[in-house]
Design a protein around this ligand. Structure first.
Ligand code: 5GP
Ligand code: ZN
Length: 120
């Protein structure tokens, strides 16, 4: 089990968790926080993140598996609050080839329009 979950002073999402930079927060739990993406790709585009710093979802699942589950539960609550009864997409970009650009684990919750597949 990884326990490398110390806040990273260089990490933009750790700064949001600490309240050091602003974010449009839509949901919070003891282990997670969720806020609207700065560059929304759908009418609803929320990022759900663990309060602890893990570089990606795989590391989070290894280090704090219960918190990984909390991300999905937060997404369910957010989807309800945002009226996404027709469905929503959850995305976990993991690594550079997957277009991960912020290396603090985060779950994208996208909805409010129909989505295409493959994702590109
Ligand atoms: P990734 O490409 O790593 O899967 O997703 C990172 C996401 O974080 C992007 O969709 C990007 O728009 C968003 N993002 C990056 N910096 C900030 C920020 O400072 N605030 C917010 N709300 N979103 C951010
Ligand atoms: Zn971080």
């Amino acid at each position: 089990m990884s326990t490398d979950a110390t806040a990273d002073p260089e990490c933009i999402f750790c700064k949001i968790v600490a309240g050091e930079i602003p974010a449009d927060i839509v949901h919070q739990s003891p282990t997670t926080i969720a806020f609207r993406d700065l560059e929304p790709q759908a009418p609803t585009h929320v990022l759900v993140i663990p309060r602890s710093h893990y570089p990606d979802a795989a590391a989070l699942a290894q280090g704090e598996p219960e918190t990984a589950a909390h991300l999905f539960d937060a997404a369910r609550e957010i989807a309800g609050a945002e009226g996404l009864g027709n469905g929503y997409r959850m995305v976990l970009n993991t690594g550079a080839d997957a277009h991960q650009t912020v290396f603090h684990a985060h779950l994208h919750v996208l909805g409010g329009r129909s989505m295409g597949w493959p994702p590109g």
